[in-house]
Design a binder for this molecule. Sequence first.
Ligand code: BES
Ligand code: ZN
Ligand code: ZN
Length: 521
Amino acid sequence: MLQPLRCAVRRGVQHSCCRRLSLSAQCYSSARKGLVLGVYEKNKEDEILVLTQAGDRFDSTVSGKLRDQLERSGPSLKKGKSRIFYGLHQEFPSVVVVGLGKESVGFNQAELWNERKENIRTAVSVGCRHLQELEIEQVEVDPCGDAQAAAEGAVLGLFEYNELKKKKKKVVTPALFGSKEEEAWQKGVSFAEGQNLARYLMESPANYITPTRFAQIFEEKLGKLGSNVKVFTRQKSWIVEQQMGAFLSVAKGSEEPPVFLEIHYTGSPDPLESPLVFVGKGVTFDSGGISIKPSSGMDEMRADMGGAATICSAILTAATLKLPINLIGLAPLCENMPSGRANKPGDVVRARNGKTIQVDNTDAEGRLLLADALCYANSFNAQAIVNAATLTGAMVVALGSAATGVFTNSSWLWTHLQEAGGITGDRMWRMPLFEHYSKQVTESALADVNNVGKDGRSGGSCTAAAFLKEFVTVPHWAHLDIAGVMMNKDEVPYMRKGMSGRPTRTLIEFADRLSKDKKPS
Ligand code: BES
Ligand code: ZN
Ligand code: ZN
């Protein structure tokens, strides 16, 4: 027999408003709580339905009605597909059940990712968004056996950039259903919030997120974290003192002043332990400069600070989670604009290490900023330097949005990056750093190096990486070209379309792994 519904506001008391589902307006709004539950896909239609542990528990509190209704309402739910049930439970008037795919899946060698985690992220994201569309603000989520992945799916899935619109989606704060995996859930929330911050910064218009504003945001956020976090917002005079002539040559084309943001997080029990240094390209708008880009799609270049956004957000998250590692973040921030002061094709500039660079294409500006930032990074006795940059359109052509391209001189770093990407689902793919490409950038008519390969556009991502290598002196360095993963259309099913904030979670996971590993010599 159907249990009479009790008021979710005044529990246990039955008033007329609670009869059946005809709640009064007051009770109705307070009772709008939703639940997202996962269900595995059947191998054959006549098999018994496999719910998650939390789903099973819920089903027994409603005397098997969930299972019953699921069986009656249609075929077994496919991966990422959802069905909603109303009035099953007094506390949760709306229950969304989402397909988790096959129960047996785990790490997929062909795909190089943990399929189980990816399926959980997708299912939870779908379920949460379903409830958000119904304007249900309180949502509890089935941990689906991996509360971190579930939290990531919920928090990434619900994010939408609507800062500048009058009409906004309901703010939904997802919570864990049950209490067993609270720590893992919180970790997932932190990872996803880190990525959402990078998404927010990348999506924001370039007239809002200028170099100055970018630095302010991290000053504010990191300033709250305590004495083991330090932020230095270096102004132009400091950049000049440092003789960062390549970075300055890009910045001088714009009216916006450049900033060199430097972040230190000392999380290791040994404050003198060698740091992991992250470097991020921070071009808050890339018009191409005098080698101006075509106007169609140029607006996307507001996200050309994705390297800076992802590395700074990863450090903020590492500090929030108190990871036992020392981290330094370096972000050269400026605009690339055409003006009377801008770099001209054929100009020669001098980097911090004294090398001269012929700027044959002013649109290859990211490598100029990074050349100086990498020279500076060399001075920290780093255990490793990892830079992230939306560096080349050729990366979009090579890998699309499937994975970040990794160019590295260290197999130790590569192993950690690859493993981290397999866990987060934000994958890495190794690319070559052959001498072949170095030759193409080190032969230049007027200077020591050229900012474009002499072979034209062929192997564009590889020549860009070879250029950066000219400014690195450490044995463990990796360059992450994130141009291909900068945006999401619908490839990552647990995120709405827009700037992706990738690979923030992989950087956090990587730092976490490195904090547990023996350092190589
Ligand atoms: N920011 C762009 C690369 C980019 C393209 C990022 C598409 C994200 C999506 C970079 O500064 C650039 O313009 N690179 C040039 C280099 C070329 C002139 C050698 C490119 O890739 O076309
Ligand atoms: Zn450019
Ligand atoms: Zn650029």
